[in-house]
Design a protein around this ligand. Structure first.
Ligand code: SAM
Length: 253
């Protein structure tokens, strides 16, 4: 059965270009996922269609009100008997990583709640008990982009979403390592050559080289991930020693 993703947002129109393009679109066409967008404002009950109000205690901005969000969640959840995993996008949430993405891709139903303005009345978190997820240590204007990041990452893991030619197995983070360097034609470009091993046709050697490159890259670029990997793969250092170390890669920002 298709994964059902409900999104509660004040700006449903923001989603069409992303969910209607590339892999999120193809996955829906293949029946792997269904997207249901609901405008939180539809649940406002006053003449002004208010969804937020000033914070108690003073301060700038507006806070999303409880009633409208509770009503929207209850209404949307009743549209399908499958229980939904409730998620609020928030800069204060647990940082999204590939492990969480994998777990979410196994759910039957996700309910994403995107905030705006100053965020949510705390009783929305307290009473609805959603998982709070952040996409990084910076503050966005709203949760819509964060919800789309999450959806894209989850949907590409659904079995059948990616063609065999661009599978997720060796990708960055798939097993705690970054991906190996990739090359395509031509064999030489402005004096830079494709490593000989990739042209050798020796699949065992290629696989070994790629694993070593993944380990080198991870160590150089993400020491935090490398330490975790070493804990889980104590033999990794022996594998890495088989290959001479390349100089660290420099980044330009
Ligand atoms: N006042 C809040 C705070 O300081 O924690 C920030 C509110 S932010 C301006 C408005 C909304 O954007 C949030 O309710 C959340 O849904 C979304 N948002 C902002 N940054 C985010 C992030 N890094 N990850 C996920 N959602 C984020």
């Amino acid at each position: 059965m298709a994964l059902r993703i409900d999104v509660l947002t004040l700006f449903p129109e923001m989603f069409a270009p992303i969910l209607g393009t590339s892999i999120p679109k193809r996955a829906a066409e293949k029946g792997l996922v269904e997207y249901h967008l609901t405008n939180i404002r539809d649940f406002a009950t006053d003449n002004h269609k208010s969804v937020d109000d000033k914070p108690f205690g003073g301060g700038p901005g507006m806070v999303m009100m409880c009633q409208v969000v509770y009503d929207a969640v209850r209404d949307v959840e009743a549209r399908d008997p499958r229980p939904a995993r409730r998620i609020i996008l928030s800069p204060q949430g647990v940082p999204l990583d590939q492990k969480i993405v994998e777990q979410l891709s196994q759910e039957q139903r996700l309910l994403l709640i995107a905030g705006h303005y100053e965020g949510f009345d705390e009783r929305i978190i307290e009473g609805l008990k959603p998982m709070e997820i952040s996409i990084g240590d910076y503050v966005l204007s709203g949760g819509e982009l964060a919800a789309m990041v999450l959806i894209d990452a989850v949907v590409r893991l659904l079995p059948g979403a990616l063609g065999a030619e661009d599978g997720a197995a060796d990708e960055t983070f798939a097993d705690g390592l970054l991906e190996f360097p990739q090359y395509t034609r031509p064999r030489e470009f402005e004096g830079m050559k494709v490593p000989d091993v990739l042209l050798s046709g020796d699949h065992k050697k290629i696989a070994q080289w790629r694993l070593q490159q993944r380990m080198l890259r991870t160590q150089e670029r993400r020491p935090d991930l490398w330490q975790k990997y070493l804990q889980e793969h104590p033999d990794a250092l022996n594998e890495k020693k088989k290959k001479r170390r390349r100089p660290p890669i420099e980044f330009e920002i």
